[in-house]
Ligand binder design. Structure first.
Ligand SMILES: [Zn+2]
Ligand SMILES: [Zn+2]
Length: 260
């Protein structure tokens, strides 16, 4: 059994039309939040994604609400104590802060490294959400013996499994975690918002639309119920789950029952 904390670190105000393939006819405000997820239990402490730092966020016009290291510190986590980091995919908002975790191994899908170091990056549209320095840093970690590759589905620890779904990027993986309320699926960018998944309207950064749609079926199959699926960028996650700490509304326990 694990506890899972969704730790917000960034924010972007924008409208709905930017969040769906084909836009949105209503186009009201639909901001994104940016999270990393801490998974903690008897088998150890695991981190899903590492966020972006101030320089990268500023360069892309994204607010850094709280540095990732500060969010972890609030939960009593020293970055040097993190031994396993799951990389959902290599986009800039999931794999920055390269030097923050000196002792961690990084768990990446084969297809994701091939995607971000290969032919698809010849296209400006495909490489836009990647930072070359993030990819270079991961290659450096590979040659330092700190990358663990996965292909498809694998178990990281008892009660924690990785599942490649693709769609958004070639090697996007989601994480299934055993909790007291059942199997929770951290969907990352397989579902930016509840609406992307529930309405079968993918986010407009895509490698394969059909794989993206299939990913919705996969996360539904892996989760104990639809209420066990945690989107990757939805501010509603903060509204629906109880705060991990008193007085800190943007770090929440998604292993507990929703409050809303
Ligand atoms: Zn992404
Ligand atoms: Zn993202």
């Amino acid at each position: 059994m694990y506890e899972i904390h969704a730790i917000r670190y960034g924010h972007l105000d924008r409208t709905a039309t930017h969040n769906f393939i084909g836009g949105d006819p209503h186009d009201g405000p639909m901001p994104l939040d940016y999270y990393v997820w801490l998974i903690r239990g008897d088998a150890g402490t695991f981190l899903l994604d590492t966020g972006y730092d101030l320089a990268t966020g500023t360069g892309r016009g994204r607010a850094l609400v709280r540095p990732v290291e500060a969010g972890l510190a609030a939960l009593g986590v020293d970055p040097a104590s993190v031994r396993d980091i799951i990389v959902s995919h290599m986009h800039y908002d999931h794999v920055g802060n390269h030097d923050l975790f000196p002792l961690a191994r990084y768990h990446v899908q084969d297809d994701e490294m091939a995607f971000c170091t290969g032919r698809p990056m010849c296209h400006a549209m495909m490489r836009a959400p990647f930072e070359a320095r993030d990819v270079q840093a991961m290659v450096g970690k590979l040659f330092a013996g700190r990358v663990v590759f996965h292909d498809g589905e694998s178990q990281l620890a008892p009660g924690i499994t990785l599942h490649k779904v693709g769609g958004h990027t070639r090697g996007l993986q989601v994480v299934r975690v055993q909790t007291r309320r059942g199997w929770v699926v951290l969907a990352s960018d397989a579902a930016h918002f509840y609406a992307n998944w529930q309405q079968r309207r993918p986010f407009p950064i895509v490698d394969s639309v059909s794989a993206y749609l299939d990913a919705y079926l996969t996360i539904e199959r892996l989760a104990s119920s639809p209420a066990h699926i945690i989107p990757g960028h939805d501010p509603l996650v903060l509204a629906r789950y109880p705060a991990s700490l008193p007085g800190v509304p943007d770090i929440v326990r998604v292993d507990l029952e929703p409050v809303d």
